[in-house]
Write a protein that binds this ligand. Structure first.
Ligand SMILES: [Zn+2]
Length: 154
């Protein structure tokens, strides 16, 4: 476990500054170290309680949803499910970025020129689950992940 990272994220989640909390939330979206995430459970619970009183801005999407997503990921880490389950409930995971980060392997990647979007098929590097991913585009891009096959249990 990376103690420094975990402490840094915990301090940020406890911050009264919404900007600092938001930055930590973005980092947590891409955090795959379950021990780091689990260490944030307590501070996450505190943040959950004061979240309704916090003010976040964000033009196209409420930044609050990013913080809620981070808290959801911390709760997911407390279970024994693979963290790729977060792909199913969050729509800002870009499969190309996930592949670059070594989280998934792109099995197929198709550009759909008439829609300016992409379709892909990915395999989770941690558990082997297979996902299809459809990109959607409207002011910003988002991605719909669906699990199509499970390799291992859990
Ligand atoms: Zn997985």
């Amino acid at each position: 476990m990376d103690d420094a990272r975990e402490n840094e994220l915990a301090r940020a989640l406890d911050s009264p500054d919404p900007g600092v909390v938001l930055e930590a939330a973005h980092a947590i979206r891409h955090e795959w170290d379950r021990a780091v995430l689990r260490a944030l459970a307590e501070v996450g619970g505190r943040l959950q309680k004061r979240l309704p009183e916090m003010e976040f801005d964000g033009a196209l999407r409420a930044n609050r949803t990013h913080v809620e997503t981070a808290l959801k990921r911390i709760r997911l880490a407390m279970t024994d499910r693979c963290l790729c389950a977060a792909y199913l409930t969050e729509d800002l995971y870009n499969p190309e970025r996930e592949a670059e980060a070594g989280r998934v392997r792109l099995l197929e990647f198709i550009v759909v020129p008439e829609e300016y979007t992409t379709r892909s098929r990915c395999e989770c590097m941690a558990c082997g689950d297979i996902f299809t991913v459809e990109e959607r585009e409207y002011h910003y891009s988002w991605w719909i992940w669906q699990r199509v096959a499970t390799r291992k249990k859990g």
